[in-house]
Structures are given as C-alpha cells and as structure tokens.
Design a protein around this ligand. Sequence first.
Ligand SMILES: NC(=O)c1ccc[n+]([C@@H]2O[C@H](COP(=O)([O-])OP(=O)(O)OC[C@H]3O[C@@H](n4cnc5c(N)ncnc54)[C@H](O)[C@@H]3O)[C@@H](O)[C@H]2O)c1
Length: 394
Amino acid sequence: MIDKEFHLERPLRWGMVGGGRGSEIGYIHKNSALRDGLFTLVAAAFDVNPERGREFGRNLGVDESRLYDNYKEMFEKEAQREDGIEAVSIATPNFLHYEMATAALNAGLHVVCEKPLCFTVKEAEALRKLAIEKQRVFGVTYGYTGYPMVHQARKMIENGDLGEIRIINTQFAHGFSSGMSELTSANTRWRQDPKIAGPTYVIGDIGTHALFLAETMVPGLKIEKLLCSPDTFVKSRAPMEDNAVVLMKFTNGASGTLWASAVNAGSMHQQKIRVVGSKASIEWWDEYPNQLRYEIQGKPAQVLERGMDYLYLDDDMVNSFRIGGGHAEGLFDAWANLYRRFGTAMDRVNHGERVEDVMKDLWFPNVNDGVEGVRFVENCVRSRDQNSVWVDYQ
Ligand SMILES: NC(=O)c1ccc[n+]([C@@H]2O[C@H](COP(=O)([O-])OP(=O)(O)OC[C@H]3O[C@@H](n4cnc5c(N)ncnc54)[C@H](O)[C@@H]3O)[C@@H](O)[C@H]2O)c1
C-alpha cells in the first residue's frame, strides 16, 4: 500500500508552465506531483496572462520572486539559482509543447509534458533525441494508465490468461461537443483550431489516450496498417473531425478498432477497451476503474476488484494501492501513481543511472510513448487525406 513513504534524499524542485487558474488539467498536475512528497512546487509561469498567473501562484503560496512572465524567463532565471528547478511540467495548449519542451531540455530540466506531444513525428523524434542526449527524464501524462487495474490486465495478457490476442477494440467517445460547445468553452474552441491543436481534433485529443491504453495493456503492440474514417458532424468544425473510427491490423496478427468521438451524445467518457484472446477476453471502462471484467469462454463472467489478494499485482508503485479494496480509487490516484514514477525515474537519473536504462527498468509513459501518439495521428491523417484508404504504418 502506498502510504506517502519515499526514499529520495529530498523532494525534487519542480516548476509548472501553463495549468493556470481555470485550466482543465492544471490542478491534477499539482495535486498528483505534490501528493507523495517527491516534488515541491517552487516556480511557475502558469498563464498566458502573466498578471493572472502571478496572482494565482501567490494564492498557491509560491514565492513571488519565482513567478515568471513566461517560460523563457523562468528557465533562464532558475538556471542562475543554486536552488533552481530540476524538473518542469508543461500543461499548455498543444502548439506550445514542442518549443517549451525543447527549451526545458536545453536548460537541463527533466520534463513532464502533456499529450499530444507535438504536431509531427519529426518534432517528436527530435524531442526524444534531445532527451537522451541531455540524459533527462521525459514523462507524458497519459493519466488513465496509472490505474492499477490497467496493469492487472497487462499482467494477465503477459501471463497468457487470454491466450493469443485476436481483437483489440478501444474507444474514448464522450458527448460533450454534441452541440456547439465551442461557443461557450474556450478550451473546446482551441481544440478545434489546427494552428493550436494540431492536424486533428478528437484523434489527437482523446484517440491518443485510447491508443496508449491498448499499448499499455498489450505489451509490444505495434500497428502494421490502418484506415482512418473521420466525420465532422458539426459542420462549422471542418476540416477538423469531431468523430473518427480507425481500423487497425497489428503486427502480431490481431485486428482492432479505435473510436474517438466528442459527439457521442449522452456519454460522459465511454473510454473503454476490450481485448479478446483465443481463450478469454477482458474489458475495462474508466468510469469503473476499480473493476476489470474477465470472461473465459464457456464459463460465467467474472468481475475482478482492485485491492483483492487474487490479483497478480505486486507491491511496486503503480500496481499497489492507496486504500484497500471496496474504497473507490480515482483519477487523482492514477495520476499520482504516474508522478510517483516520474519522480523516481528523475531521482535515479540524478544519481547517475542512464535514462535509457531507467526507461527499460521502470514503467512510466515516457518520450517513446509520446512519439507513438504523434505517429498514430500522422498515419491517421495520411489515410484521411487519401479519402480513408488503408495505409502502411510508418
Ligand atoms: N492528460 C490528460 O488527461 C489531459 C486532459 C486535458 C487536457 N490535456 C492536455 O493538457 C494541455 C492543456 O489543456 P487544458 O484543457 O488544460 O487547456 P486550457 O486551455 O484549459 O488551459 C491552458 C493553460 O495554459 C496556459 N497557457 C497558455 N499559453 C501559455 C503560455 N504561453 N505560457 C504559460 N501558460 C500558458 C493558459 O493560461 C491556461 O492556464 C493540452 O495539451 C491538452 O491536450 C491532457
């Protein structure tokens, strides 16, 4: 059971770019990073509006002199301090990730960056190269994969409980943009602007989560070819899609579908995955994250519960629990599991281990996973632009 114990000499000095007042994702970054005491928040450029960002930071108790107008000033001034930041999280709209993450790595900082990582595979590969060159940890916040039951599914698949994997159906299909939500929500509006969001709307925004969920559950999963069929049901959003179905063939012989949608009317999240093997299937839904459905052909279906002795989960950090079974754990706990791993990885690298070795040894969503998300988007766009044909995955 995770009980806030950790073995770092001291918390890592951590800063934030973006995630200011009223942002969708800023609070969960702070809550998760600070939860277990591996990080301490000492500096920030929280907001596109520096005044509002400073006021926000003051209210959070950050030292006024370390609340900056922008990320450039922050990285420069922090580098001049003996007690400057060692790590930064980037929680700004997508178009800023590449330049900010590049600047952070060049300033010698470990990075946690939001998804989608950037706009092109070329940029994503450049970030990967730079992270390795600079020997810095690069985490990506695919937060749903911090849920223990996702890792129970991974262990069952690794163990062969499902048999040969045949079908993977994954989806993230909410209904929040069934109407013209962009008229009232600023952060829905930017998600539909290709200059800010990148070449796709739902494929990059939530499809990348659904893909990484599948990649986490099925180790070694690789797409061989895909066909992307996008729709724009609210016509004013064109050329951006608000719904997409992607058909996939995987290199292990399995077939799959990915459904990403913002117009699944009435749905909250519907982030679900079903992995079908030759003997059995599993199904997981992020609105019921403490349960995993396990169906063996010819037997009654079972629901596995987090916190029970019959699970495979061992006492490592992402797989262990924060409270016993029966008490629901949620997204804040899942994210804290990720930040606990990001912090552990950073500490190990600070103590001389090579970042490549830590990435092999310690599971966390890392720069490679960020690259794969961008690759998926780029291949979907190639299929889409040829009128939705099958394309070999590049
Ligand atoms: N991992 C997840 O589950 C998840 C969930 C939601 C959003 N996201 C991602 O997080 C990122 C932010 O999304 P959001 O919904 O919170 O956006 P948002 O529009 O709600 O908030 C963006 C924040 O960034 C700040 N910002 C913008 N430009 C800035 C700049 N130049 N310098 C400093 N701060 C700046 C804004 O002031 C605001 O505080 C996006 O990349 C999005 O895809 C991820």
